[in-house]
Design a protein around this ligand. Structure first.
Ligand code: ATP
Ligand code: MG
Length: 560
C-alpha cells in the first residue's frame, strides 16, 4: 500500500486483511445506477474503490446496476464510463452489468425457493406495506407465506414465463416478519414488470430487487470488500443473510462509509435531474452542476477532484464539506501551472491623451510572476485602452490604490498613468476616462524609478478580442439544500453572470482544455461546448480568493 495515501478505517481493514492472509488480492466494484450523471459524491466512491484496489495491486469492476428498466438510459451509461475514465481510473476488461447475471440470479432464486427460504406472495403492494408493520410494531405473516415449495416453484416459473401482470405476485425471502430490522421482514427478491430492458430486451418480465441483485453480483465477481454508503448499514444483515444461504465460494464483506455532501449544492441524481427539468440549468454538464461532467466543463481538473476527496477523507460520520475546500483544491491545481493573461470583464474606456494616435508598442509581460522559465509574451499598448470599471472611483476612500480623479496607477507591464478627467453619461455613470501617461515609467526599461501603490490590468481597445465570459456562483443560497423538501426554491438567482469581456490578443488562440489565470480575476478556460474560434466563450473556473469563506464558515456552524 502506498505510504502517500492516508490510512482511513477502510484502508486499515484492507491492510489487515492482506497482512493476515485473509485475501491475496483486493477486488472492489463501483456500482452506479445509470439513471443520471455522476456527481461529486460519486467521485469519493470512485476514488475509494479504484484507489484501494490500485494501491494494493488489486482490481475494480465498473458494474452498472441496471435492475430498474425504464429509468435507465444508454446516455447515462456512456457518460458514466467517460467520467470514470476522465477521473483517471481504468476497469480494464471488468465492465459488467447486473443484467449480465440475470440467469445466475434467477437460478439462485429458485434455489432459495427449493430450500424453503423464499415464497411467492400474492398480496397487493399496498397490502404488503400494511403487513410489514412499522418501526415500533412488528409485521404479520402474509396468508401466502405458508405456500409449499412445489407451488412456489410453479408460481415463480409462471411469473418468469409472463403468465401474470405487473404486481400480481412477488417473490419474497422468508426471514422474519417481526425482526426489528425492517429489511429482514421478508424483503422482495423479484417483481413482475412487463417492460423492455435496455440490454436484455424482452427476455425477462421479472426483475431482481436491488439488495438481491447487488449482493449476488458482488459474490459472482468475487468482490472482497463491498464499499457502500451509510444508508446501507441497515441492509447489511440482509446482505449477510443472502450470502449465508447462497454460500458463494468467495464471501464479500460490506463496509459502509459516510456520504460526501457538499455545501451549497445537492448530491442526488434525482434532484439534480429536477434542476434540469425545471430549466434552472442547461443540462447535466452545466458548469454550475456538481456533476463530474459539469465540473469538467467548468474547467476543474481530475487531479483537483482527486485531491479534494482525499482531503475530505473516508469516515463513518455523515458530514457536510465546505465548497471552499473543493475550490481550494481547484485553485491549488492551477497556481503554479497556469499562465497569466490580461482580460477586462467589465470594460471602461481609457483614452491616453498624450499618447500618439497611431502608435503601438509591444509590451513584454511575464507568463508567470514567480517562474521566469514560463517565459514572456508581447501585449500591444495603444492610445485607447480598456480597464475594469471597478478600478476607477470618483469618491474613492483613502486606501483605494487604483484609479481616481488626479490619481495615478501603474498599468501592468506598461506605464504609470494619471487620471485627468472622467466623462459621465446622462445618468451620471462614468463612461470614459482621460488620462496621461509618463513615458519614463515603462515597465522594465523606463528611466524613472517612480513608484505608485496600485497596479491594474488593461487591454488595448484596438487589439482586444471580444469574448463572452461566464462567471459562476453557488447554485443555492442555503448551505444544505440536500435536506430541503424543494431545493428548487432555494436557488441563487445570481449563479450565472455573463459579461461581454475584452481579452488580450494572445487569448484568441487559447485552446479548449487549457486554463489560464486572468490577472486579479481568477482561473478561466474556454467553454468546451459553446466556444468557437470566431466567437470565444470562457468560463471562470474559480476565483483567486475565497470570497465566500466568512459566510460559509458561519453557515456551516451546527451542520456537522
Ligand atoms: P443518487 O441518490 O445520487 O442516485 P445513489 O447512491 O443512488 O446516489 P448510485 O448510482 O447507486 O447512486 O451510486 C453508486 C455508488 O456511489 C454507490 O456505492 C453509492 O453508495 C456511492 N455514492 C453515491 N452518492 C455518494 C455520495 N454522496 N458520497 C459517497 N458515495 C456516494
Ligand atoms: Mg440510486
Amino acid at each position: 500500500m502506498s505510504d502517500a495515501a492516508p490510512r482511513d478505517f477502510i484502508r486499515q481493514i484492507i491492510h489487515d486483511d492482506l497482512e493476515t492472509g485473509k485475501h491475496d488480492t483486493i477486488v472492489t466494484r463501483f456500482p452506479p445506477e445509470p439513471n443520471g450523471y455522476l456527481h461529486v459524491g460519486h467521485v469519493m466512491s470512485i476514488c475509494l474503490n479504484f484507489g484501494v484496489a490500485a494501491e494494493t495491486g488489486g482490481h475494480t469492476f465498473l458494474r452498472f446496476d441496471d435492475t430498474n428498466p425504464g429509468k435507465e438510459d444508454q446516455e447515462y451509461v456512456n457518460a458514466i464510463e467517460s467520467d470514470v475514465r476522465w477521473l483517471g481510473f481504468d476497469w480494464e476488461d471488468r465492465l459488467t452489468h447486473a443484467s449480465d447475471y440475470f440467469d445466475g440470479l434467477y437460478a439462485a432464486a429458485e434455489k432459495l425457493v427449493e430450500k424453503g427460504l423464499a415464497y411467492v406472495d400474492s398480496l397487493s403492494a399496498e397490502e404488503i406495506r400494511e403487513y410489514r408493520g412499522t418501526l415500533t410494531e412488528p409485521g404479520k405473516d402474509s396468508p401466502y407465506r405458508g405456500r409449499q415449495v412445489e407451488e412456489n416453484l410453479d408460481l415463480l416459473r409462471r411469473m418468469r414465463d409472463g403468465e401474470f401482470g405487473d404486481g400480481e405476485h412477488v417473490l419474497r425471502a422468508k426471514i422474519d416478519m417481526s425482526s426489528p430490522n425492517m429489511n429482514l421482514r421478508d424483503p422482495a427478491l423479484y417483481r413482475i414488470r412487463h417492460i423492455t430492458h435496455q440490454r436484455t430486451g424482452d427476455t425477462w418480465c421479472i426483475y431482481p430487487m436491488y439488495d438481491f441483485a447487488h449482493t449476488l453480483s458482488d459474490a459472482f465477481e468475487a468482490i472482497t470488500h463491498s464499499l457502500c454508503t451509510l444508508e446501507f448499514e441497515d441492509h447489511r444483515p440482509l446482505y449477510d443473510w443472502l450470502l449465508d444461504q447462497v454460500r458463494p465460494a468467495n464471501r464479500p464483506r460490506q463496509i459502509e462509509f459516510s456520504r460526501l455532501n457538499l455545501a451549497y449544492t445537492i448530491t442526488s441524481k434525482r434532484k439534480l435531474g429536477a434542476l434540469i427539468d425545471a430549466g434552472v440549468v442547461s443540462g447535466w454538464d452545466d458548469p454550475r452542476m456538481p456533476t463530474i461532467a459539469g465540473m469538467r466543463r467548468r474547467g476543474y481538473s481530475a487531479a483537483a477532484l482527486r485531491d479534494f476527496v482525499a482531503r475530505a477523507g473516508v469516515t463513518k460520520k455523515d458530514k457536510l464539506i465546505e465548497m471552499g475546500m473543493l475550490e481550494n483544491s481547484v485553485r491549488e491545481s492551477f497556481g503554479d501551472s497556469a499562465e497569466r493573461r490580461m482580460a477586462v470583464l467589465k470594460p471602461l474606456k481609457v483614452v491616453v491623451t498624450n499618447y500618439p494616435e497611431k502608435q503601438i508598442e509591444m509590451m513584454r509581460a511575464m507568463n508567470h510572476p514567480n517562474d521566469a522559465n514560463m517565459g514572456t509574451r508581447e501585449v500591444p499598448f495603444s492610445r485607447e485602452l480598456w480597464i475594469e470599471q471597478d478600478d476607477f472611483m470618483i469618491d474613492a476612500p483613502r486606501k483605494f490604490f487604483r484609479l481616481k480623479p488626479n490619481g495615478e496607477v501603474r498599468l501592468r507591464s506598461a506605464y504609470i498613468i494619471r487620471c485627468d478627467e472622467f466623462v459621465t453619461d446622462s445618468n451620471g455613470t462614468v463612461v470614459e476616462l482621460h488620462c496621461t501617461y509618463d513615458p519614463d515609467t515603462r515597465s522594465g526599461t523606463g528611466s524613472s524609478d517612480r513608484k505608485v501603490k496600485g497596479t491594474i490590468h488593461w487591454v488595448s481597445a484596438e487589439h482586444a478580442v471580444d469574448a463572452e465570459v461566464r462567471l459562476y456562483d453557488r447554485l443555492f443560497t442555503e448551505v444544505n439544500p440536500n435536506t430541503a423538501d424543494d431545493p428548487n426554491s432555494l436557488l441563487n438567482p445570481n449563479s450565472l453572470e455573463s459579461v461581454a469581456a475584452k481579452l488580450e490578443p494572445t487569448l484568441a488562440d487559447l485552446a479548449v482544455g487549457e486554463a489560464v489565470q486572468f490577472e486579479r480575476l481568477g482561473y478561466f478556460s474556454p467553454d468546451v461546448v459553446d466556444d468557437s474560434a470566431s466567437s470565444r466563450v470562457f468560463n471562470r473556473i474559480v476565483t483567486l480568493r475565497d470570497s465566500w469563506a466568512k459566510i460559509e464558515k458561519q453557515a456551516m456552524q451546527g451542520q456537522n
